[in-house]
Every structure is written in C-alpha cells, then in structure tokens.
Design a protein around this ligand. Structure first.
Ligand code: BV8
Ligand code: ZN
Length: 258
C-alpha cells in the first residue's frame, strides 16, 4: 500500500491534466449517507420507489419527503479534508484539474470557496465540479424546466401543498437526474472530454456502478492515461484501475494531493 501511495502521488504530481470522479463516499465523512453499503440510503428506501420520474408521478409527496429530508440534512454538513484536498489541487494549478461529481450535495462548491478564500485570490470556479446528477439544493419545474433555489420547508402533507412553478404552475421537483432520465449532454460531454484528455483519472468514493458516468475512468484508460482509485472497499473498477487504494477518502486524498 505504501509503495502504491507513493507511486500514485508521483503520477498525480507529474500529470499534465487530471480528471477527478467523486461519488457519495467522499461525502460520507461529512455525515451525508451514501447510497449503497451498510448504512446506505437505499437500505431504508427502495431506489425504484424514489429516484425515478415514475415514482414522482405516482407519489410526488413521498419523493419530495425524501428529498426535503436529504436537503435539510445536507444543509448541516460541511466539506471534509477530502473535498478540501481536491479543491486545493484544482486551485493551486488552475486549469490542470477537472472535478466531475455524481454527488448532489454541493460540498465541492463549498470546499472551493473555502480554499479560494484561504489562497487569497478569490475565484473558486476552477474547483467547481461538473455535477452530472444535478444538485439537491436547486429546484426545477417539471413543466417548463425553469430552475430556482431549492424550497427549504416543503410541505409534503398533500399534493396541492407541494411547490409549484410561478410561470406555468406545474409541480417543482428537485433538480437532480433520476434513473431512466438523460444526463445534461453539455455536462456529461464536458466530463467525457476531460476524461479523454487526462493523463490521470483519480476516482474517489464511488461504487462505480451507475452509468454513463462510470465510464469516465475507462475513457482515460482508452486514451493512454492511468486510473487511481481511492475507496473504502473494492469495486467493479478496482480490477481495471492502475492503482487501487483502500481507505477513507478524507485520509487518502490529502496524502495523494498534498
Ligand atoms: C440514463 C441522483 C439513459 C438522484 C442518481 C443496466 C446496466 C447498466 C446501466 C443501466 C442498467 N439499467 C439501467 C441502467 C442505467 C442507469 C444505471 O446506471 N443503473 C445502475 C444502477 C445499474 N443509469 C441511469 O438511469 C442514468 N440515465 O442512463 O439515461 C437515457 C438516455 C437518453 C434518454 C433517456 C434516458 C441516470 C443515472 C443517475 C441516477 N441518479 N442520483 C439522487 O441523488 O437522489 S444515482 C445515485 O447513485 C447517486 O447520484 C450516486 O452518485 C450514484 C452512484 O452512487 P455512488 O456515488 O457510487 O455511491 P454508493 O453509495 O453507491 O457508493 C459509495 C462508495 O464509497 C462505496 O464503494 C463505499 O465503499 C465508498 N465509501 C463509503 N465511505 C467512504 C467510501 N470511500 C472512501 N471514503 C469513505 N469515507
Ligand atoms: Zn414552469
């Protein structure tokens, strides 16, 4: 493990372009539940019951109840050392690193602002991630698609109390991508382009089972780059990764990108 860590650190230090892919595991140490695994969100819920457009059509109050609960929980969480290490990587040498996240918790944004302030040069945007599955703190109109800041205390006691669009009166929904829904082509397209151009793809905290974003590391491999995985347990990616490091993202990432 020590030799792997040293080699991974060297590969990252020498990389011309880096793409980072993060999943729920990087936010676990901030208190945001992951999806799968022992204390995963889907232990207490069934994905087909909640993270699909059919579920929202069938029972919008149930789906809104889940997202309103997660929204209020995420609000109280703060970025951890893993988020901060990645933000520093992206801000110290601007333009070298692209962060792609499956997470909808906006913790990468908050880490970017904290490190930009610490570095004293203000602009956090190079460390803002490509959010391929959307953002839980934003709402989107299910009719006209207009986006807005997320309603905080959603009243889920009856459908007619759910938030509606000021323009077309359709139901608002969380601005996230559900199963069976297409990702924003511009966002996933930019993620794939960053993956193809990267010498190193650093994958942290994901079970690597959700497509199309799970193909990001393979695109780096196919264009001759290397993949470094940092995860708590082996995943379907581990056998394809150049280096697979097992451990907590909050400990591994500050070690990998000091
Ligand atoms: C689409 C947003 C097409 C909402 C989410 C069969 C085969 C292949 C693909 C499919 C298939 N059947 C269906 C599909 C497609 C489907 C898919 O991939 N399904 C999978 C499950 C088989 N994909 C889709 O439907 C996508 N859309 O394909 O559309 C299309 C095209 C054109 C037109 C119409 C349609 C949409 C996918 C997006 C779904 N939305 N979430 C919300 O958040 O509620 S997915 C959800 O899972 C989250 O976004 C999450 O990001 C994602 C992946 O989970 P992870 O982030 O990896 O989290 P997980 O808990 O699984 O793992 C955490 C890992 O961290 C673990 O390994 C753990 O060990 C580790 N860990 C824990 N703690 C730590 C740690 N590691 C380090 N440190 C720690 N401290
Ligand atoms: Zn509308």
């Amino acid at each position: 493990m020590k030799a792997d860590l040293a080699r991974a650190r060297e590969l990252l230090a020498d990389a011309r372009r880096i793409v980072v892919l993060t999943g729920a595991g990087i936010s676990a140490e901030s208190g945001v539940p992951t999806f799968r695994g022992p204390k995963g969100l889907w232990k207490s819920f069934r994905p087909e019951e909640l993270a699909t457009p059919e579920a929202f059509r069938r029972d919008p109050c149930l789906v809104w109840g889940w997202y309103a609960w997660r929204r209020s929980l995420v609000e109280k969480c703060v970025p951890n050392t893993g988020h901060l290490a990645l933000a520093r990587l992206a801000l110290v040498e601007r333009g070298r690193t692209t962060i792609v996240t499956q997470n909808v918790d906006a913790l990468h944004h908050r880490a970017a602002r904290a490190i930009a302030a610490e570095l004293g040069d203000g602009d956090p945007t190079p460390a803002f991630p490509l959010e391929v599955h959307g953002a839980i703190d934003r709402d989107r109109c299910s009719g006209c698609g207009q986006r807005s800041d997320g309603v905080i205390d959603v009243d889920v006691t009856s459908v007619d109390k759910l938030p509606r669009c000021g323009e077309c009166d359709s139901l608002l929904r969380p601005d996230v991508v559900w199963f069976g829904e297409a990702l924003d082509p511009a966002v996933i397209g930019a993620s794939f382009e960053a993956a193809r151009e990267a010498d190193v793809c650093l994958v942290a905290g994901t079970s690597a089972v959700v497509y199309p974003v799970a193909s990001v590391p393979d695109m780096t491999l196919q264009s001759g780059g290397v993949v470094i995985e940092a995860n708590l347990e082996p995943t379907p990616l581990s056998s394809r990764a150049t280096i697979s490091l097992m451990g907590l993202a909050g400990e591994l990432l500050p070690d990998l990108v000091p």
